[in-house]
Write a protein that binds this ligand. Structure first.
Ligand SMILES: CC(C)[C@H](C(=O)O)[C@@H](O)C(=O)O
Ligand code: SF4
Length: 746
């Protein structure tokens, strides 16, 4: 929705300010959410929360659900239903629970029998559900992908999923702006993941950003043309939308907090060597020597990484032999990725030492398109497996996993310990580089493959994707077989708003005032949420019972016995109430709220660290827990010293002080006023937001006037004139605020 301002604004500022429902003096913002994607892993507890509070989904028409993380990627021919198809109990329960929830709440859902099923971050753009200038959220950290369209898109935890389902809003605050500008030509062999819109925005989360955004331009409009949920191409509404989308680019003279300029020719195909996405080197480089790292914490982390990865410092990256190759994930499983990798593979065979090479398209539609282009056969002829859509070996919540010590060339986005399977070793890279590794059997500079540099795909990554024909897309949606296949889905969604019943009661959390107890010390940096709670424990549909799995891979030895060296297995730390970590970026990676749930279930209510990843930080607060950022090294060392001595530490939230067991102050700490208020009073966010229902209704009326394409019945059949069939239920006039306009003019 346009906002008129005189000072130059960034793209982020524009999208943010046009979605503010309410802003408090302390900067707390109630943000309206246009698009909510839902998947099976992070939603069960949210739906359960709605049910127990008797709440509805406020905007079913702005919510889209699919199953992706747990689903097997084996052939789905003859599939009867998800319950008989998924063999693994926990995965099946999670998927079936989602199906029950979408039915109960009337949401659009792409199940396994539907060609439109796929990874949330692939299907959103593919359907035109993701649109420029929108706010997009999902209980998944890689929601940042959708920023490629000029949307403000970010991952949220399960409590926030519940909040958005119930209120279509989210409580947030303003972020800082960083501009990254890549100029000039890209060198040959530099491709998606090294640099490309959706991949870059996808992995902006790995770079520490909450969201990545690219201003919409002709490439964006071309991509969106004819997508089922985009405004109808050629209609007055399309023109109106494009005019608005064009206004979103950052203004001349807009101010950024940080500016980064990169010359395209300096980018070399990049691979990871360690167990954090930041551990990268150019493929032409060597495995680094941790002894050259700046601090003792980094040196120790580097040594551990080399040991885990089975690598020796100084080894040329190109000498590293791989066992498996995975081309897929929300970073790199689109048709452009398939085409680029197939080009490298065409006419060749995978190397004899490759035990398994898999290609997993990001959605059923990507798969269908690739098959129409003969890409599947290129891979199959070379010895690859051609699979069905899903997250697959990116995370291994489904049967696609690495065995211990197996090394994988992977186009996914995270190389954390155990991410692709316990003991598995992941090297992240682009699709063309993974394809090259499959052919040579080792990490390989794709530019060495003779024909490669002459390929149109070398530079194709910065060109627009071929337009999707409108007729083709409409055909998919109107195809009667397909409608049958999804016959049990609530296709005739009603674009109505389930308005809130404002309840005065917003209490619901236990109050947090002071906390005194044993404090466990940790000296690791970048403690990721995969480490806090590994993927196999995400299959629960409950919030409780995860304490025994906390830090599973660090806490237990491969035979299941306790690791006597791990802090939580030692006395007195088995009874810790606080964790102090001296390394930065605690809780990075995935948005899984299971991480704070596991800490809480163990008994830890507060974590003290030099810095936190944003989603994890939010997730702690949403569970009545307190993350405390202490950036002063002397202070955090002093707290860690108390912890190491086995003495109690006290946190006094009302006075914002950390004290030693004797009650002497070690240091003070900052906490946002609003968050403190909620913790101290045990307030529940949803209850608070519900009290602002009038403002939300007011916002929705304006949204309908300014961006009517965001309300909708989405998948209803359209006539030749682009209008929805009579079966459609119009948006209630009271909510549109524009009596004269035809409600269903798409
Ligand atoms: C399961 C989900 C919470 C998680 C995420 O947030 O990223 C997953 O997609 C991942 O990649 O680790
Ligand atoms: S990062 Fe991997 S597991 Fe997470 S959404 Fe993307 S494909 Fe799925």
């Amino acid at each position: 929705m346009p906002v008129s301002v005189s000072t130059p604004q960034t793209l982020y500022d524009k999208v943010l300010s046009s979605h503010i429902v309410d802003e408090k003096l302390d900067g707390t913002i109630l943000l309206y959410i246009d698009r909510h994607l839902v998947h099976e892993v992070t939603s069960p507890q949210a739906f359960e929360g709605l049910k127990s509070a008797g709440r509805q989904v406020r905007r079913p028409d702005c919510t889209l659900a699919t199953t992706d993380h747990n689903v097997p990627t084996t052939s789905r021919k003859g599939i009867k239903d998800i319950a008989s198809f998924i063999k693994e109990d926990d995965s099946r329960v999670q998927c079936v629970t989602l199906e029950e929830n979408v039915k109960e709440f009337g949401l659009t859902y792409f199940g396994l029998g539907d060609k439109r099923q796929g990874i949330v971050h692939v299907i959103g753009p593919e359907q035109g559900f993701t649109l420029p200038g929108t706010t997009v959220v999902c209980g998944d950290s890689h929601t940042s992908t959708h920023g490629a369209f000029g949307a403000l898109a970010f991952g949220i935890g399960t409590s926030e999923v519940e909040h958005v389902l119930a209120t279509q809003c989210l409580i947030t605050k303003r972020s800082k702006n960083m501009r990254v500008q890549v100029d000039g030509e890209l060198a040959p062999g530099v491709s998606s993941k090294d640099i490309a819109r959706m991949s870059i925005c996808n992995m902006s989360i790995e770079g520490g950003a909450r969201a990545g955004m690219v201003a919409p331009d002709e490439n964006t409009f071309e991509y969106l043309r004819g997508r089922p949920l985009a405004p109808k191409y050629g209609s007055e509404e399309w023109d109106r939308a494009v005019a608005y989308w064009k206004s979103l680019a950052s203004d001349e003279g807009a101010k950024y907090d940080i500016d980064v300029f990169i010359d395209g020719k300096d980018i070399i195909p990049t691979v990871t060597w360690g167990t954090s996405p930041e551990d990268v080197v150019p493929i032409t480089g060597n495995v680094p020597d941790p002894e050259t790292f700046a601090t003792e914490t980094k040196k120790a982390a580097g040594r551990r990484m080399l040991e885990y990865m089975g690598l020796t410092a100084g080894t040329p990256m190109e000498e590293i032999v791989v066992d498996k190759v995975f081309i897929g994930s929300c970073t790199n499983s689109r048709i452009e990725d398939m085409r680029a990798a197939a080009h490298v593979v065409k006419g060749k065979k995978i190397a004899a030492n490759i035990k398994r090479a898999m290609v997993v398209p990001g959605s059923g539609l990507v798969k269908t398109q690739a098959e129409a282009e003969g890409i599947d056969q290129v891979f199959i002829d070379a010895g690859f497996e051609w699979r069905e859509a899903g997250c697959s070996m990116c995370l291994g919540m489904n049967p696609d996993i690495l065995s211990p010590k197996e090394r994988c060339a992977s186009t996914s986005n995270r190389n954390f310990e155990g991410r692709q399977g316990a003991g598995g070793r992941t090297h992240l890279m682009s699709p063309v580089m993974a394809a090259a590794a499959a052919i040579t059997g080792r990490l390989t500079d794709v530019r060495r493959l003779a024909e490669y540099t002459a390929s149109p795909h070398v530079q194709a990554r910065i060109s627009p994707s071929p337009p999707v024909e409108a007729a083709h897309v409409d055909e998919r949606v109107e195809d009667s077989d397909e409608r049958e296949a999804i016959g049990d889905q609530p296709l005739d969604l009603q674009p109505h708003t389930n308005t809130l019943t404002p309840k005065g009661d917003s209490t619901g959390m236990p109050k947090f005032l002071t906390l005194k107890g044993i404090t466990a010390p940790m000296d690791l940096a970048n403690v990721d949420t995969d480490a806090i709670i590994p993927k196999q424990f995400l299959k629960t549909i409950k919030r409780t019972g995860l304490g025994s799995a906390l830090f599973h891979n660090l806490r237990y030895l491969p035979d299941g016995a306790e690791n006597p060296d791990f802090v939580l297995n030692k006395e007195p730390y088995r009874n810790s109430k606080i964790l102090v970590c001296t390394g930065a970026n605690f809780g990075c990676g995935s948005s899984r709220e299971h991480a704070p749930w596991a800490l809480l279930d163990f008994g830890i209510k507060s974590v003290i660290a030099p810095s936190f990843a944003d989603i994890f930080n939010n997730n702690m607060f949403k569970n009545g827990m307190l993350p405390i950022q202490i950036s002063n090294k002397a202070d955090i060392d002093a707290i860690a010293a108390e912890a190491r001595a086995g003495r109690e530490v006290e946190i006094d939230l009302p006075n914002q002080l950390i004290k030693n067991g004797a009650g002497e102050t070690i240091c003070s700490f900052d906490v946002e006023e609003f968050r403190k208020h909620c913790l101290v009073n045990g307030l529940d966010d949803i209850g608070l937001t519900m009290q602002l229902n009038d403002k939300i209704v007011e916002f929705e009326k304006k949204r309908t006037i300014h961006t009517p394409w965001l309300d909708g019945t989405a998948y209803l059949k359209r006539g030749k004139d682009g209008r929805l069939a009579a079966k459609a239920v119009p948006v209630p006039k009271t909510n549109r605020g524009d009596e004269k306009k035809e409600p269903l003019e798409w």
